[in-house]
Design a protein around this ligand. Structure first.
Ligand code: 3UK
Length: 551
């Protein structure tokens, strides 16, 4: 019998050709009724064209400092850009398109245009440098680029090393070859390419702490699945909500929270070019935002001396990217009256898979597997551990890890489970409690110590603004716990303060976990998405000891 190849709209089959073999892919679960998607589906048409069909055309879709677009405005622009991609830039379904811009309505229009035209979106952070862009472009064999003209210099540096990229097109310029000039000649209607639900829609690159970045491939149906699980069951926002947040759209946390979730329900999103905690706090008031997506650190900083009324419009606040310390949860509740919705997500999983809404939240715990997902904690041999025992977090659901041509697939996916690289335990109530990234566990004198637990304790002290805890080599103990501490404004480092912080930790958690070394820093190394880079501190330490040894 001849087996029939599955339907695809992709003429350029690069993405499908580079999917991991089925045996290396995770199991996928579609238990929920809302996850029964049709075989043919274009997620951009569902989110945008169907919004118009539903009569949402006059509602505000996106705002930024200077623009306010209705759904109809967004629809017309996305269609014109799709026309430019196909007619001017010869895009063929399945081509990869780099989207290199700030969080802005125009970036969202480009995102929809690429998908409506059957292309695959590869979004990059505005802060990406030529080296990072080159890696991404070559890895994903990118043919087209839509980029903010202000970021053109960096891409130009990358271009000589990127033979596949033939069609870069700048936006935000009055050049005749620029996107806006080309759009003016294109129709505001565009028939979306009828993709398969299993055609690749996005290749999202991991923020990557070590090694070359990994491209995570997500299908058209995956984009809807995150709206129909986390957003529908945990966030439970409404059409009147105004979403806001700091994560870049190139980070899937931001894409979901600021674009996909509001659009799935006809709500609106505020897009900020720069999302520092101060700017975010001011923008929340200016735009009357009601739903916020940002990192634990940003919540902590926003709670620091807000002006009266600053955060008053907020209704729901989602924290992800890093573990949420209990002190930050408490501070946010005291400042705003809002119980944070913590959720662990990953680029490989597209969005959040363990969380708890504001009524179920438990301080210090992330939550439980959200509807549509299953999770467990495994020992080194792959067997589930009993409650209370720390092991490796394993998860499966409607989304999962499919690396673009990467041998690390077999590290992330084992026996059908996605292994996120996090150490977790499940407590007596069935809540999943984050311990550390598996590589951030510290082993000191035979004890396992999770760096983030020590950080959470330090953050309860009034003097501490931010901190990072790592294990550093020690002749007697193998490793000792070392804390790098940033102090709040007006507080100066001293030996007394070191002792006070050490005693404070000893009183707060099991005393053997206290930081034997403390170093004060004015800032800590973070990724473009705001995550602490503990490995940078570890490397610094290794360099110091090798340099020291050679003297
Ligand atoms: C860590 C957390 C404890 C964890 C992300 C929401 O962060 C996202 O994706 P990344 O690929 O990183 C994944 C890793 O980050 N992490 C994320 N959230 C939490 N640790 N508590 C949390 N709440 O180590 C995870 O493996 O950058 C987050 C939505 C989409 C995302 N891509």
């Amino acid at each position: 019998m001849r087996s029939q190849a599955p339907y695809t709209a992709h003429v350029d089959t690069f993405a499908a050709d580079n999917l991991p073999p089925t045996t290396f892919q995770p199991d996928f679960l579609f238990d929920l009724p809302e996850l029964q998607y049709p075989e043919r589906l274009n997620c951009a048409a569902v989110l945008l064209d169907e919004a118009i069909e539903r009569g949402w055309g006059d509602r505000v879709a996106f705002k930024d400092a200077s623009t306010s677009w209705t759904y109809l405005d967004l629809y017309h622009r996305a269609n014109q850009i799709a026309g430019v991609l196909v007619e001017d830039l010869r895009l063929v379904p399945g081509n990869r398109v780099l989207l290199h811009g700030f969080n802005a309505p125009m970036t969202v229009a480009c995102w929809f245009a690429i998908l409506k035209a059957g292309g695959i979106v590869v979004a990059s952070m505005p802060v990406a440098r030529a080296k990072e862009l080159t890696e991404v472009i070559n890895k994903a064999q990118i043919t087209h680029a839509l980029l903010d003209a202000r970021l053109a210099a960096e891409l130009e540096k990358a271009l000589p090393g990127c033979p596949t990229l033939s069609y870069p097109c700048p936006l935000g310029t009055d050049e005749s070859q620029g996107l806006e000039a080309r759009m003016a000649k294109r129709s505001p209607t565009f028939e979306a390419v009828i993709t398969s639900a299993e055609d690749v829609a996005l290749i999202a690159f991991t923020s990557g702490t070590t090694g070359t970045p990994k491209g995570c491939m997500h299908f058209h149906r995956d984009v809807l699945a995150i709206c129909d699980t986390f957003a529908k069951y945990v966030l439970r926002a409404s059409a009147d909500d105004i979403f806001i947040g700091s994560p870049p759209l190139a980070f899937t946390f931001g894409l979901g929270g600021l674009v996909l979730f509001p659009m799935r329900i006809g709500a609106s999103g505020v897009l900020l070019e720069r999302g520092s905690p101060e700017l975010l706090r001011t923008a929340i008031r200016e735009f009357g935002a009601t739903v916020c997506f940002t990192s634990p650190t940003a919540y902590r900083m926003m709670a620091d001396r807000p002006e009266r009324g600053d955060l008053a419009t907020l209704r729901k606040c989602v924290s992800a990217g890093e573990a949420l310390p209990a002190a930050t949860r408490q501070l946010w509740r005291e400042t705003t009256g809002i119980e944070l919705i913590d959720g662990i997500g990953a680029t490989e999983m597209l969005h959040i898979f363990i969380s708890a809404d504001e009524t179920e939240a438990k301080p210090g715990a992330t939550g439980k597997p959200i509807p549509g997902y299953r999770a467990c904690v495994l020992d080194p041999t792959g067997e589930p551990v009993p409650p209370g025992v720390v092991g490796r977090l394993a998860v499966k659901g409607p989304t999962g890890c499919r690396y673009l041509a990467d041998p690390r697939q077999t590290e992330y996916v084992q026996e059908g489970w996605n292994l996120t690289g996090d150490a977790y335990l499940v407590d007596e109530d069935g809540y999943f409690v984050h311990q550390a990234r598996t590589d951030d566990m510290i082993i000191s004198a035979g004890y396992n110590i999770a760096g983030p637990e020590v950080e959470a304790a330090l953050l309860m002290h009034d003097a501490v603004r931010e901190c990072a805890v790592i294990g550093v080599p020690d002749a007697d103990r193998g490793q000792i716990v070392k804390a790098y501490v940033g102090l709040r404004n007006g507080i100066t480092p001293s030996d007394e303060l070191t002792h006070e912080l050490q005693d404070f930790v000893k009183r707060t958690i099991a005393p053997y976990k206290y930081p034997r070394a403390i170093e004060f820093r004015t800032s800590l190394p973070r990724t473009a998405t705001g995550k602490l880079q503990r490995y940078v501190l570890r490397e610094e330490k290794t360099r110091e000891s090798t340099d020291g040894g050679s003297q």
